[in-house]
Design a protein around this ligand. Sequence first.
Ligand code: UVW
Length: 322
Amino acid sequence: MTDEAPAAPDLTDLLADAPTNWGKWGEDDEVGSLNYLGPEQVLAAAGLIKSGKVFTLQRLIGDPKGDPVWPGRTPAERTQILDEGDWDEGGKGPAFPGGLHYADDKINAFLQGSTQYDALGHVWYGGQIWNGYDARTTIGGLQKASVQPIAERGVVGRAVLLDMARFRGKDNLDAAETYTHEDLVACAESQGVELRKRDILVIRTNYISLFFTLGEKFYEGFCEPGLVYSPELVQWFADMEIPNLVTDTIANEVTFDPNNGVALVLHNALMRNLGVTLTEIADLEQLAEDCAEDGVYEFFYAAAPLKVALGSGSPVNPLVVK
Ligand code: UVW
């Protein structure tokens, strides 16, 4: 016996009995639970368009106030390559017939460094990624379950905003604050909206607002608020056939599970095992304000990440239409 806290369990043990959707859509599948979104879901979602209000959910890349990123990643750097200054002096700007001038720039960015879709092969344990593919297929780039098939397919369906911050009567959830699927259901009920099978879940915590007020202190003892693992929660996601989980935090779930200390359990239980696509760092502020005003929390949602060959994720600017 020692007084030391027990070491965090291995994901292989923790999730030994957890449900998976491996093989459900064939041995070649790379988009997982997005298969739940077919023409029926797209048409039902289109039927929710009533007011014509449009919202874009991407956070600004290269925000002068800073870009919140997962610790260890760095914000995107945009570099100006060509501008009018190149024609001002020194004659560096290329000469085109007719006097054409133009601006060019490039970015050096983590593919997960802004509002993003994770590829299903982005995380794993036990040597296997989504659908049972060998984790060695990730070496040098995701040969399986990269972001490319998600980008080619697109994501369209009925989405519901679950405003957890407002539901808890707060401006923002606190570091390490957790919520469960039961809280999501209670939040939906309080908003007067029904959660249905195959809904895209859009969860607001407004936690990232602290990045803009705390600066670098935001990363001290980093533990974001979010969904917390339980076998019941994972089963609920499986039974509800949730295709896509969208949040305004950097990693969609409580960073370290308070019950066992394991990092990003749900990335594995939901994404690796069930094929639920994760969308992170969404900006939900204008949408949430509008939902609170008009009381409409269900809407048409459409998103397509960029087609990046072998990519483990990609920036995205999801669209909501009410
Ligand atoms: C990690 O997987 C570490 O982070 P994210 O899903 O936020 O990209």
